[in-house]
Design a protein around this ligand. Structure first.
Ligand SMILES: *[C@@H]1O[C@H](CO)[C@@H](O)[C@H](O)[C@H]1NC(C)=O
Ligand SMILES: *[C@@H]1O[C@H](CO)[C@@H](O)[C@H](O)[C@H]1NC(C)=O
Length: 175
């Protein structure tokens, strides 16, 4: 009986310690807006289809299609504005009817402020909606333990160049 109550009280102490420890630091909120410079074709493509056909045409609506991407991310809409990160990872068309793509990308920062830190963007994206929202599920460096969300909106598309500019807004909580 005595040993049981000792176990119980040390268990309660542990709970109190864990609770108070996590209350010590409040998460910070960071909001960012930047632009993906996306070429889905041509000699300098930044998105390629891993499951692609020899003709090189990308089939975004084909269930099971897998794409690899490395888009430059710039501070402004203009392609020549400062590059602050790259969006590296995969997209997988994950809805049978082709409407959703599964996003698995890291935002790999290259600017002075966040160099060496990353954000992990993961989740389903209603790829043909005007605004798509995907979860931010983690991060490294400055963004350790990050969570939040990102919105994506295609502001420009040039069919001949296969060139799109996608505005990405991120809101994350991190420590
Ligand atoms: C592709 O990239 C190369 C090397 O940066 C550049 O010289 C060329 O003009 C680019 N081509 C197009 C179509 O953008
Ligand atoms: C993203 O942020 C920009 C700049 O703050 C804003 O104009 C735009 O409406 C935002 N987009 C979305 C989808 O919230």
């Amino acid at each position: 009986m005595a040993s049981n109550s000792i176990k119980l009280s040390s268990f309660l102490l542990l709970i109190i310690f864990v609770c108070s420890n996590s209350e010590l630091s409040q998460p910070k909120e960071t909001k960012m807006a930047f632009y993906f410079q996306d070429y889905s074709g041509g000699p300098n493509a930044t998105v390629i289809e891993i499951t692609g056909q020899p003709n090189g045409l990308l089939s975004f609506t084909k269930f099971g299609a897998i794409f690899c991407t490395d888009d430059p991310i710039t501070e402004g809409f203009d392609e020549s504005s400062a590059q602050i990160a790259r969006a590296q990872g995969l997209y997988v068309t994950s809805a049978l009817d082709g409407s959703n793509t599964h996003v698995l990308i890291s935002i790999v920062f290259t600017n002075n402020e966040y160099r060496g830190s990353t954000l992990e963007v993961q989740g389903t994206s209603a790829q043909f909606e005007r605004v798509r929202e995907v979860a931010v599920v983690g991060g490294t460096g400055i963004f350790r333990l990050a969570r939040g969300y990102a919105t994506f909106e295609t502001l420009h598309y040039d069919h001949a160049l296969h060139y799109a500019v996608i505005q990405c807004n991120v809101t994350v909580y991190h420590y």
